[in-house]
Design a protein around this ligand. Structure first.
Ligand code: ATP
Length: 263
């Protein structure tokens, strides 16, 4: 397997997000199996891998929703599971997360959904909140839909609203769990274009979990590949797409024949 893997010997690399030797099992079945990774700062990394290989589990470890059985999740240089709960919570505020369905509150309109983190975590006035929320809703093309509730809009609009909400506290890190799931190819491309545009404007460390190769091609500065609970490749996107590694080649080409089987 090829790639630039941050191993224990490279701990001085100091990325915003670094994972060292993570193990996680559910009911005795291992999902993360000695996973180490460091995501490039101020860039978009796409994490690709076959279904069920642990991509969402990885994301939940990074944002502190799951605790590893073994290993370290270092964020901003701190092992988040060695911190007290309050300190971990403070770090989590510097993350924006876009879950698959946008994870919006069903009983709130889009305006209130996007305003929610500002009302909960800041002392800003309603006038200040209005300016920030409307700017973001405009940025994601939803300024005409502020009064709609999530069940009144399309899946693509829900994802854009979820993206606006993920950005509202000006996060240093934004994590995306399969932003393309359930979208047709045109809406997938439009969402990817929006993600790139927002990243160009605001910067930040973005990690996108997907198994859509076209999205990875369009979005990525870096590509990580997960297989059997390990990061088996990490490097600049161009390197991945030119890789001679049989696993990377097979996955990116979508070929049925190769080292990657059904198991
Ligand atoms: N909370 C949990 N309890 C038990 N098993 C879990 C839990 N979360 C995940 N798993 C299991 O861990 C494995 C990896 O799941 P995960 O959702 O991370 O896969 P994935 O790579 O994101 O897949 P997909 O691309 O299909 O979304 C699966 O077998 C799943 O059933």
């Amino acid at each position: 397997m090829s790639g630039v893997l941050p191993t224990n010997g490279q701990r001085d690399r100091r990325h915003t997000i670094e994972l060292f030797d993570l193990y996680k099992s559910f009911n005795g079945t291992p999902v993360l199996n000695g996973l180490s990774a460091g995501f490039a700062d101020d860039a978009i990394t796409t994490v690709l891998g076959p279904s069920g290989t642990g991509k969402s589990v990885l994301l939940k470890h990074v944002v502190g929703l799951l605790e590893p059985d073994e290993g370290e999740v270092r964020v901003f240089g701190q092992d988040i599971w060695k911190l007290k709960k309050d300190a971990r919570y403070e770090i989590r505020k510097r993350f924006g997360v876009l879950f698959q369905d946008g994870a919006l509150f069903g009983s709130m309109n889009l305006y209130d959904n996007v305003a929610f983190p500002l009302r909960k975590h800041t002392e800003k006035s309603e006038a200040e909140i209005r300016e920030i929320v409307m700017d973001l809703l405009r940025e994601v093309g939803l300024e005409q839909a502020t009064d709609k509730e999530p069940n009144e809009i399309s899946g693509g609009m829900r994802k854009r609203a979820g993206f606006a909400r993920a950005l509202v506290l000006q996060p240093d890190v934004v994590m995306f769990d399969e932003p393309d799931s359930g979208l047709d190819p045109v809406r997938t491309k439009l969402l990817c274009r929006l993600i790139r545009k927002v990243h160009e404007q605001h910067g930040g460390t973005y990690v996108v979990i997907t198994h859509d190769i076209a999205s990875a091609h369009f979005l990525s500065d870096y590509i990580g590949m997960l297989w059997k609970g390990k990061m088996v490749h990490y490097g600049p996107a161009a390197t991945a797409f030119d890789s001679e590694d049989p696993f990377v080649r097979q996955f990116l080409a979508g070929e049925p024949d190769g080292p990657l089987g059904m198991e």
